[in-house]
Design a binder for this molecule. Structure first.
Ligand SMILES: Cc1ncc(COP(=O)(O)O)c(C=O)c1O
Length: 374
């Protein structure tokens, strides 16, 4: 395989946006002061860390957030694992969007549950199909894993009315909603509607996972699981690592105290908006008719649906030979699906790839169409 010069596959932040100087200074100061070197001592995460995250969430949502409603997790991925293991028994059903975040499918399956995809409409998850699934499986449908804001991989953001109906459906059918808010703060236009928790004011139905990976640094592995005080007590008993890293909890807490997280988020929004625009311009310029996509209003990804007679796998073989890579969208589905989806990430590659990589994609797509027509 040719060397990949244009990596539009990897869904990471670019290293240049990470506040390296602040993290270096805080790490040095904390370690030299003998802070953060011990075990954390509390399955939920140390109180000052939960206070810092509660304060952050309180300022960025319209909900009252108590430290006792939070568990600090090793990234939001651990929150998904804990919620699923605590709420489900093997054989239970967990619904996911079709498509969804590919790694969440693997994590959920680690709990030996049956993961079933529910189709997406342009408005969000198909509520009638979800209702039909609840009718079919009854109490075995324990949980829905969902992203409402700039979904990975489609970039879709649902309207407030759809969110409200989804929470009402979950309450009526008595399944939990695990909302992943990884991209909630990364909007490149007007802010998105509030998280689902807003539509479940006292909590109990909606459980929220979130992360500092996308707004500070993935390597901190600092995320949160936000539920009720009672659910938090239960979830803590499923925490297998004693506590989140005390060192990175200390770093995070001091970062939130001493640095301006709102300025960091504004900087990310400006940077990623520019990158999104660049990719969108290139898509308009180079992609042949027939490939469908919409410009996302936030998040990391653009999702392309190819015409039914084309194959993303064959297209990828052509682009890889030209040094460009994308994520084949098929892995984002819990069940069988067509091979006609392409996920592009605009936050990780070098900026030139946002134009040059899309030029390769467009040329390979035309080449693939010719091959199929022969
Ligand atoms: C939707 C979603 N959730 C969670 C994660 C991972 O988050 P964390 O680093 O907090 O574990 C990602 C990262 O790609 C993601 O896209």
């Amino acid at each position: 395989m040719a060397e990949i010069r244009y990596d539009l596959n990897t869904g990471y932040p670019h290293l240049s946006v990470i506040p390296r100087d602040a993290l270096a200074r805080l790490s040095n100061e904390l370690i030299c002061a003998n802070r953060g070197l011990q075990y954390g001592g509390d399955l939920k995460g140390v109180l000052f860390g939960r206070e810092a995250v509660a304060n952050f969430l309180q300022r960025h949502t319209d909900s009252a957030v108590q430290p006792s409603d939070l568990i600090l997790t090793s990234g939001s991925l651990q929150g998904i694992d804990i919620a699923c293991r605590a709420l489900c028994i093997p054989g239970d059903v967990v619904a996911v969007e079709s498509p969804t975040f590919f790694f969440a499918i693997s994590i959920l399956r680690m709990s030996h549950v049956k993961v079933i995809g529910v189709p997406m409409t342009p408005e969000g998850i198909d509520l009638d199909a979800l209702d039909a699934l609840a009718e079919k499986y009854g109490a075995r449908l324990r949980m829905l894993y969902t992203m409402q804001t700039y979904q990975n991989p489609t970039g879709l953001c649902t309207a407030a009315a759809h969110r409200e109906k989804l929470v009402a459906l979950a309450k009526r059918r008595q399944f939990a909603i695990l909302e992943d808010t990884a991209y909630q703060f990364l909007h490149y236009g007007p802010p998105p509607p509030p998280m689902l928790r807003h539509f479940d004011p006292g909590g109990g139905t909606v459980i929220t996972v979130g992360t500092f990976s996308k707004i500070i640094a993935p390597s901190l592995r600092q995320g949160w699981l936000w539920s009720t005080r009672e659910q938090t007590q239960l979830f803590a008993t499923y925490k297998a690592d004693a506590s989140a890293s005390l060192l990175t909890t200390e770093i995070l807490s001091e970062y939130l105290k001493q640095e301006d997280i709102d300025a960091q988020i504004a900087f990310l929004q400006d940077t990623y908006r520019r990158r999104r625009d660049k990719m969108v311009e290139a898509l308009k310029q180079y992609l042949p008719d027939g490939a469908e996509w919409i410009a996302p209003q936030g998040g990391f990804f653009v999702w392309i649906v190819l015409p039914p007679h084309l194959s993303a796998t064959e297209l990828r073989a052509l682009t890889q030979a030209q040094g460009m890579d994308f994520m084949p969208g098929q892995i984002s589905f819990a069940g069988e699906t067509a091979d006609r989806y392409v996920r592009l990430c605009f936050t990780y590659a070098e900026e030139e790839a946002l134009d040059a990589g899309i030029a390769v994609l467009g040329a390979c797509l035309k080449e693939h169409e010719k091959q199929v027509a022969r």
